[in-house]
Ligand binder design. Structure first.
Ligand SMILES: Cc1cc2nc3c(=O)[nH]c(=O)nc-3n(C[C@H](O)[C@H](O)[C@H](O)COP(=O)(O)O)c2cc1C
Length: 312
């Protein structure tokens, strides 16, 4: 299963291994550095899809000092070199777009509960412009970061979202901004372009997001134009406080998979090819994210495919 191709919209990725976004803090004032190109090129071989680490969509949404930027046109040429390097190894590349909200290190960081509608519109526009730049830079798609306690994750969670207008309160309101961003990005990038959403589906926190809301949220994202659902944690970030087992968000990805007909990614705690293969075979996901294991061993994907070839 790990070595079977998967068609997502207009691209066919060669296998089910996905390298999830992992911030490396190696940018050159927001631009792609040679060190980053080398890092990704080394890991692209054998990896079906790379979702490149998060890039801030506007200066007030920057998450860390050396984060990559997609906030103006000057970054496009550098990203073109990066996507060329990834493509030359037979892999595909998606750009992860992020706004850190209150988690930003900017002096102008935004508190979702105090934002005006104009400020919300500005963030929406920033995502759209960043998506257009990603397409110009040769990325095969974009991923809207809506996990790990960042801006959209804060909107989703009733724990953090205390707004009393159309963007707060009911589930429909708490995912309104996600859906508006997906729809606006779709309009800007056209039909033949992959839009993924990294959905922080659950907080594992009293007063936080609810399991029964996942199917409704996922269905609405797909209806708005998402082609790929990438499951992770919400306010708990990328770890499950209750489990360290391989595929520790499997309960969440299974719910997502049962509620939509686009591919679903599961990431978290997978280190062995056999575990990846089992999670795919057991129907928890369509793609498996291999993060820290690929960080530690650039040849993880090649080795995993070879191992499975030998045992099959
Ligand atoms: C150093 C590091 C940086 C990360 N940066 C991001 C990021 O930019 N965007 C994101 O969505 N997740 C980020 N993550 C979370 C990973 O994508 C992944 O979900 C997490 O590492 C769990 O998967 P694993 O057990 O295979 O490593 C990061 C994780 C690590 C370890």
């Amino acid at each position: 299963m790990l070595n079977t191709a998967l068609k997502i919209k207009n691209i066919t990725i060669p296998n089910r291994i996905m390298m999830p976004p992992m911030a490396r803090e190696l940018s050159d004032e927001g631009k792609v550095s040679d060190a980053l190109i080398e890092y990704y090129a080394k890991r692209a071989e054998g990896t079906g899809l790379i979702i490149v680490e998060h890039e801030y969509v506007s200066p007030e949404g920057i998450a860390s000092p050396k984060q990559l930027s997609m906030a103006d046109d000057s970054v496009i040429d550098g990203f073109r070199k990066l996507t060329d390097a990834i493509h030359s190894k037979g892999s595909f590349a998606i750009a992860q777009l992020n706004h850190a909200g209150i988690e930003s290190i900017s002096h102008n960081k935004l508190n979702l509960n105090e934002m005006t509608l104009d400020e919300i519109d500005h963030v929406k526009e920033s995502f759209v412009k960043a998506a257009v730049r990603s397409k110009k830079a040769g990325f095969d798609g974009v991923e809207i970061h809506a996990a790990h306690g960042y801006f959209l994750s804060q909107f989703y969670s009733p724990y953090t979202n205390k707004r009393t207008d159309d963007y707060g309160g009911t589930l429909e309101n708490r995912i309104r901004l996600h859906n508006e961003i997906i729809a606006d990005v779709r309009e800007a990038v056209g039909e033949d372009y992959v839009i993924a959403i990294r959905f922080g589906a659950y907080d594992y926190l009293e007063g936080g997001s609810k399991l029964e809301d996942i199917p409704i949220a996922v269905e609405s994202f797909v209806k708005s134009g998402a082609d790929l659902i990438d499951i992770s944690g919400g306010l708990c970030r990328y770890v499950n406080p209750n489990s360290k087992e391989p595929g520790y968000f499997r309960q969440l990805s299974k719910i997502a998979k049962d509620s939509c007909d686009v591919p679903v990614i599961l990431t978290g705690g997978v280190k062995k090819a056999k575990d990846a293969e089992n999670l795919l075979n057991e129907g928890f996901c369509d793609l498996i994210g291999i993060g820290r294991a690929l960080l530690m061993d650039a040849e993880w994907s090649k080795k995993a495919l070879k191992y499975l070839e030998n045992v099959q």
